[in-house]
Each structure stands twice: as structure tokens, then as C-alpha cells.
Ligand binder design. Structure first.
Ligand code: PLP
Length: 454
């Protein structure tokens, strides 16, 4: 089939996630044909360095044969069975055990889902059920943050703090409230960063006191906000959040759908930030994106309460613990362990990428270059001294994103913040390639913006 035919079938029949359909039909979709290593190839044969690892998930790149072999073998053995009605199978049981081993010590129990969004639906069901089991059914409210992303189901989008998502469909659902985010570049300039981090964390305490401790079930957050623009909190933020959750007995939920599986330079960001979540959401990198799978890790404390409840927890999905997905996850973890990938990322790759990324902060278009592990952001500004943004009408971020893809680089734009989260298996030479391409694209974007301003 020609790429034109694919585009035509696509535009006539396929609704895309997070897309402006008017624009999509006018411009047509880019047809991605194949992947190899850290590159994807479109239908015109253009080679594109995928600095977003798909959607923050293809951590092992596009050529991990062991994952394909694991899926094939499992498909032949048992392509599907569920975990309902007292059934189980080896891939789910083995993966549950493996996840208990690699996640922080107190997280030894798992509820499987099909995606990150379903993890967060599971979080709401679980924390409310937990408090109800403990005789505190009034503890219902979940506190989240503005500009957080927790998925696109009704619960996920409600927990998320994206205003355009709330605007469609009357969200958030009742019982979810949001506090401001620890976005220093966007909202803290002029203050001491650590003081800003503390102040933002203490807004949690303020919200708990305002709502009443007896009403609050949990606080949920991404250790580093991903889709919001790779927002890396000041070091003072997480210890204060942990202190507040402990003080008021509020369950702490770490949404590690992006941050987990090495993205921040350790297996999990909860280790990077030294926090002890009661629940931890995993997806994406758990299978390197090859097949859909999500997992909610539960602490011993939470699991014990659920186990002591002598009736059904009326929650679950057809694909909870899908055997093929679990087999691929096991192969993913095995490959990461065998190749000592986390050590490579932590000791070599991430520091090397950070060095290159920081050099981009010297570019006239860049107000800040920040990076944590293998996730980075560039803030595009019109004036490097005042950090003033370009006029929104110029859509500098979108312009830069389009220039990137035309030059064979996928960087994502969140407003005028350019972000990356490349595969963890890249070589240092590929990092050099990424930085060189990014610089070239920034140059072209800058020239184009200067031209438009006149
Ligand atoms: C932190 C976080 N949580 C949840 C989700 C939702 O995951 P999914 O798209 O698999 O439902 C995402 C997706 O990007 C995410 O970044």
C-alpha cells in the first residue's frame, strides 16, 4: 500500500489521540513504517532519531529481539487467560514476583492493568477502598497538582491537572482537587529555588488542613512531571511532601508511568528522590512499549488491609495480567538486568547527555536547559536576560518541533518548552548526533522567528 493510500484511509476512518482533526485532515498524517535502534523511518524513507522513545516508552529501542521472541513464545503457549475467578498463569505470577524484587523494598504486591490511565483509575478505587476498610470512608479526596498528567480516562484526566482536558467533558470528577506545581522556571523566577520548592510542597499541607485530614485519602504526583514539560522539582520539594504525607497519614502515590524503569537514572524515581510511596504506578517502559501493560505496586501496609477484607474487591480488567504482556515485561527486565542498563544510564549515558544538553543553554533561543537522568527540557524564550516568551501567536514550540522532524529529529513541544526522553540504549555517538541535530534545529527556529518578527 502506498503512503498516500494509508494517509487516505487514515484520514477517512481513524480518529487520533490528542489531535486537531481539522488540521490533521488538511495536512495528513506522517506514516511511520519501521523502527531500528533509536530511529524510526517514515514511508518516504526518512530516518528520524526518536528522542521521545515513542511516547516515553521504547526504552530499549526498536530492535529488542528478546522481547519479540518472548511475545512469540508466549503467544504459542497461552495467548490469553485472565486472573479472574481464582485463576492465574506463570507470566503474571513470575512478573509480580520480579516487580516486588526490583521496586523499593516495601512494595511487594501488584495489581495489573492495561495502561497508565487504568493504573490511575485503580489508584482511586484502591485508596478509597483502603480507607473504607479501615473504617474511615470519609477519606475520599485525592489531591493532585495543576499541569500534572495522569492519563486520559475520566479518572486519569481528573487526577491530571490539564485545564484543556478538564474543559471537555466536565472534569474533574468529584473528590479530586489540585494544588500548584513546583515549576520553578515558569512560576518561581526571582525566588530562591529551594525556598520555592518548600513553599510549593507546603501547599499540600495547607490543602489538607483546608479540606480536613479526615476527608483526604491520598496525594498523587509524578516524581518529575513529564507531559507537563519535564518539570524537575527543586531538591527541597519531595522530602517536604513525604514529611506532610507521613504527618497527616495521607497515602502517597508516585505515578512512575514515565519515570520508572530507569528514566531518571535509577530503577525508579522514588529511589532517585528517596521517597516511600504507598502506591506506585508503572506502565510504558515496563514492556519498553512493545505491548500494553500497566501495574500498580502496593506497599505491604496497603496490601495487608486489602487482604484482610473478607469480601471481593470489585475491580479488574479483561487484560489485567495479560500473559503476553507479562512475558514481554519479564523479558524487558531481564534484558535490562543482563546488560546492566541502569548502571550504564546512571554512570555514563545520563551524565554524557546532561553535558551536551547543558551546552544548548548557551543558544540565544534557550532560557533554560534542564535535565534529570534521560529526560530533558529546553525553555524557548525571546529574551535570554528577561526570559520573556515569544508572542503566543508565533507558536515557537510548534515551529521548532516541525523543524526538528524535517531535520530527522523527534522532539516534543509543550507550549514553548521542547522536551526529550530518548531510549536508554543509545550510544554516546548517538547522543552527539542528538545534540548536533537539536542545535541545528534551534538555529533554524531562531532564524525563522527573527524573520517573522522582522
Ligand atoms: C505520568 C503518566 N501517567 C499516566 C499516563 C497514562 O498512560 P496511558 O497513556 O498508558 O494510559 C501517562 C501517559 O503519558 C503518564 O505520563
Amino acid at each position: 500500500m502506498s503512503s498516500n493510500q494509508i494517509q487516505q484511509q487514515d484520514s477517512e476512518h481513524c480518529f487520533h489521540p490528542f489531535s486537531n482533526y481539522h488540521q490533521l485532515n488538511r495536512d495528513g498524517s506522517r506514516v511511520i513504517e519501521r523502527g531500528e535502534g533509536i530511529f524510526v523511518y517514515d514511508a518516504h524513507g526518512q530516518k528520524i532519531l526518536d528522542a521521545m522513545a515513542g511516547l516515553w516508552c521504547v526504552n530499549l529501542g526498536y530492535s529488542a529481539d528478546a522481547l519479540i521472541e518472548a511475545a512469540t513464545a508466549q503467544m504459542k503457549q497461552l495467548p490469553y487467560y485472565n486472573l479472574f475467578f481464582q485463576s492465574t498463569h506463570a507470566p503474571a505470577a513470575k512478573l509480580a514476583q520480579k516487580l516486588s524484587e526490583i521496586t523499593p523494598e516495601h512494595l511487594n504486591h501488584v495489581f495489573f492493568t492495561g495502561s497508565g490511565s487504568e493504573c490511575n483509575d485503580t489508584v482511586i478505587r484502591t485508596v478509597r477502598h483502603y480507607w473504607s476498610c479501615l473504617g474511615k470512608p470519609s477519606k475520599q479526596v485525592i489531591i493532585s497538582r495543576e499541569n500534572a498528567y495522569h492519563g486520559s480516562t475520566m479518572a486519569g484526566a481528573s487526577l491530571g491537572g490539564m485545564k484543556p482536558m478538564h474543559a471537555q467533558g466536565g472534569l474533574p470528577i468529584p473528590g479530586v482537587v489540585h494544588i500548584p506545581q513546583p515549576y520553578y522556571f515558569g512560576e518561581g523566577q526571582g525566588q530562591d529555588p529551594q525556598q520555592f520548592g518548600l513553599e510549593r510542597a507546603r501547599l499540600l499541607e495547607q490543602k489538607i488542613l483546608e479540606l480536613g485530614e479526615d476527608k483526604v485519602a491520598a496525594f498523587i504526583a509524578e516524581p518529575v512531571q513529564g507531559a507537563g514539560g519535564v518539570i524537575i522539582p527543586p531538591e527541597s520539594y519531595w522530602p517536604e511532601i513525604q514529611r506532610i504525607c507521613d504527618k497527616y497519614e495521607i497515602l502517597l502515590v508516585a505515578d512512575e508511568v514515565i519515570c520508572g524503569f530507569g528514566r531518571t537514572g535509577q530503577w525508579f524515581a522514588s529511589q532517585t528522590y528517596n521517597i516511600k510511596p504507598d502506591l506506585m504506578c508503572l506502565a510504558k517502559g515496563i514492556t519498553s512499549g512493545y505491548v500494553p501493560l500497566g501495574a500498580v505496586m502496593m506497599s505491604d501496609r496497603v496490601a495487608q488491609v486489602l487482604r484482610d477484607y473478607d469480601d471481593e474487591f470489585t475491580h479488574g480488567f479483561t487484560y489485567s495480567g495479560h500473559p503476553v504482556a507479562c512475558a514481554v515485561a519479564l523479558a524487558t527486565i531481564e534484558q535490562m538486568q543482563q546488560t546492566q542498563l541502569i548502571d550504564y544510564v546512571h554512570d555514563e549515558l545520563a551524565p554524557y547527555l546532561a553535558e551536551g544538553w547543558q551546552q544548548l543553554s548557551e543558544h540565544p533561543l534557550v532560557g533554560e536547559a534542564r535535565i534529570k537522568g534521560m529526560m530533558g527540557a529546553l525553555e524557548l524564550v525571546a529574551d535570554k536576560t528577561t526570559l520573556q516568551r515569544y508572542d503566543k501567536k508565533l507558536a515557537a514550540g510548534t515551529l521548532c518541533r516541525n523543524i526538528c522532524v524535517n531535520n530527522g529529529l523527534i522532539m516534543r513541544a509543550v507550549g514553548d518548552t521542547m522536551i526529550i526522553a530518548p531510549p536508554l540504549i543509545m550510544s554516546k555517538a548517538e547522543v552527539d548526533q542528538l545534540i548536533t541535530l537539536a542545535k541545528k534545529c534551534l538555529d533554524q527556529t531562531y532564524t525563522e522567528l527573527q524573520h517573522q518578527i522582522g
